[in-house]
Each structure stands twice: as C-alpha cells, then as structure tokens.
Design a protein around this ligand. Structure first.
Ligand code: PEP
Ligand code: MN
Length: 353
C-alpha cells in the first residue's frame, strides 16, 4: 500500500515536472514576443525594475511551503534564462559574413577585378610631386599593374610628419591614372573630404588609424565607390569585420578587407603580418581580402616572402609601396621599393602579367 502511494506520488511529481516544463516553454515564447517588440522600439533587453516588481508579486502570492528566499532564487534563474534567450535572438548574422549560398563579393575596378585572381595595388606611400607619381605610373603601366595607390591625405602618427598634398595630390593621382590607364586607390581621413576624394578616386581607402571611425566608415560606404578598409593594428578580426559591416550597412557591398600587420612585441618588423587573419577572414567573410606587405614589414627586404605567404593563405591581392627614389621619400623611406626592385618583387611573387 505504502509502495503504491509512493509510486503514485512519484508519478504525480513527474506530471508536475512536465507541466512546469510546458509553462516554462510558454514563458519562453512570450519572452521572445516581448523581445521582438523591444527590438522594434529600441528598448533595452534587460529591465531590472520589471524583475523586482515580478519578484515582489511572487513573494506576496507565496503561500509556502517554499520560503520567499527560495522562490526568489528559483525565479531569478528563470529570469536569467529569459534574458539569455532574448540576447541570443538579438545576435545578428553579419552581412559581410559567409552564409551558405552567398557568393564571394567581386569588385570591378578600372580594368581589374578585386576578389578573383590576385591583384597588385602599388604606388608611393604619399603623392609628393608630378615627376615622382608619373615615374611610378609609367612603370606600373609597363608591368601590367592596374591599381595605383598613393596618399594625398596622410594619416601620420606624428603631427610634425608630412601630412600629404591634399587636393593637389588627388589631382595628380587622377592625371597620372588617366595618362596610364590606371585606377586610383587613395585614403580618405575625414568625413568632410569624402565627396572630394570620391570624385578623384576609384577606391576609397580607410586607414588603420581610422578603422574605428564609424562615422567615416558610414560616409565612405555611402559615397558610391568601393572601400578598401585597413585593419587597425590592435583590432581583433571580429572588430575588423564589424568595421566593414558599418560601411556595408550604408548600402555598399563593395568593401575590401586589408590586413596590414598588427602590433606585437617584435621589434625587427614595424608590425607583424597576421597570416592567420587572412585565412580566417577568407573563411568568415564574403569580402575580398588583400594584404599590405609594406606597412606590415616596415622594411623592404622581406616583402616578397611575405607576399607569397599572404597569397598562399588566400589573399586576393597585395599592396606594396613603390617610389622612384625611396631614400628621398617624404614618408616611409625605409620600406618603399624602387622601380627595379618592384619589378623583381613581382617576378619573385609570381605576379608579373
Ligand atoms: C597607407 O596605406 O598609406 C597607410 C597609412 O597605411 P595604414 O593605414 O595601414 O597605416
Ligand atoms: Mn606608408
């Protein structure tokens, strides 16, 4: 008889468990509906004052046998699980992310296409004068390189360093590019310059120092030109992708990710080229990935092996600084290749056309 009663009670407990589960699941469904409304209206997920009010109502209604503290403890767990459910619903799939069935982004620029076969983006660190840029443009043309880089607005770490020629630099880039049938990649450092730079450039570069400048990313993304986004030297891969997402959310899918080295304890290179990032970005994103070997190394003697490593890891292009007379360069003298070195670099990397 006793055994039968115990059995019956155990069955009763199991039924109650299932009822509790049913109620918890219903509660979860309602929580998701609340979350949808909160998201629509821009309200925060977590509302501590609501939790306090619900706990007060529960302890007021509590007739035992559990003490109020136990009831509070149990329901706090329920609330915590509900907040976790809401936050899980909030996590967004990035537009720049790789989803099944979404093709890689390919970006036609001038006569080149970024995102397919490896491309070369080459030119001086900074535009200095007509003769300098003409010499580089002419050699690029001879070598079949189609993308000319060069800074007109320079983001320099020191305010005393050469800041670039500004508008005049943009005009020189446009002239030389037209003369030799090249496309222009140049940096925009300020939201106030976006329209001007977009009027002269084929690709807007956002530099490492500005990777976290979200207003600039929005404006550059909205300018109607492809954006080449450089990774900040302390940015994680996730932060880099979020930055790209800012530009893409402006309606422009044409964003190129550029790994350019990150800051580490090593002193023999200016930065450390993060080859893992290249492989991870290729795996996680649909956007083209290129590698700036010059700013990664900060020296000219190891650029070819770094470029080969980048391409082996999946990079779809290489950026390299080239100057007719690096020793006289007004910025980054120690890392720029002269024109003959550049030709040998292309051969060593297998990038000559
Ligand atoms: C550049 O490419 O001209 C440049 C300044 O590079 P970074 O933003 O990667 O330092
Ligand atoms: Mn430079």
């Amino acid at each position: 008889m006793t055994e039968t009663t115990l059995e019956t009670l155990r069955e009763e407990l199991q039924r109650i468990n299932l009822e509790l589960l049913e109620l918890l699941s219903r509660r979860g469904t309602v929580v998701q509906q609340v979350q949808a409304i909160k998201q629509r209206d821009g309200l925060p997920t977590y509302a501590p004052e609501r939790e306090q009010a619900m706990l007060a109502a529960l302890t007021a209604a509590n007739r035992g046998p559990f003490p109020d503290d136990t009831i509070r403890h149990l329901f706090r767990e329920v609330f915590r699980a509900s907040v976790a459910l809401m936050e899980a619903g909030q996590r967004k799939v990035l537009r720049v992310g790789r989803a099944p069935g979404s093709p890689d982004v390919r970006i036609p620029v001038g006569g080149a296409e970024i995102g397919g076969a490896p491309v070369v983006i080459a030119g001086p660190c900074a535009v200095e004068d007509e003769a300098q840029l003409d010499a580089v443009g002419r050699r690029l043309r001879q070598l079949g390189v189609r993308l000319l880089r060069g800074g007109a607005y320079k983001s320099r770490s020191s305010p005393y360093a050469f800041q670039g020629l500004g508008r005049r630099g943009l005009e020189l880039l446009r002239d030389v590019a037209r003369r030799y049938g090249l496309a222009v990649v140049t940096e925009v450092t300020d939201t106030r310059h976006v329209a001007l730079v977009a009027a002269h450039a084929d690709v807007l570069q956002v530099g490492a120092r500005n990777m976290h400048n979200y207003e600039l990313l929005r404006e550059a993304g909205a300018a109607g030109k492809p954006v080449l986004l450089k990774r900040g030297w302390s940015a994680t891969i996730e932060e880099f992708l979020w930055a790209a997402e800012y530009a893409v959310l402006s309606g422009n899918e044409q964003v190129i990710l550029c790994e350019r080295g990150i800051r580490t304890f090593e002193t023999q290179t200016r930065n450390t080229l993060d080859v893992s990032a290249v492989a991870l970005l290729r795996a996680q994103s649909r956007l083209p990935v290129v590698v700036d070997v010059s700013h990664a190394a900060g020296r000219r003697d190891i650029l070819a092996p770094l470029a080969r490593a980048a391409l082996a890891a999946g990079a779809q292009g290489v950026m390299v600084e080239v100057h007719p007379n690096p020793a006289a360069a007004r910025s980054d003298a120690q890392q720029q290749l002269d024109l003959d070195e550049f030709e040998r670099f292309l051969a060593a990397v297998g990038l000559q056309s």
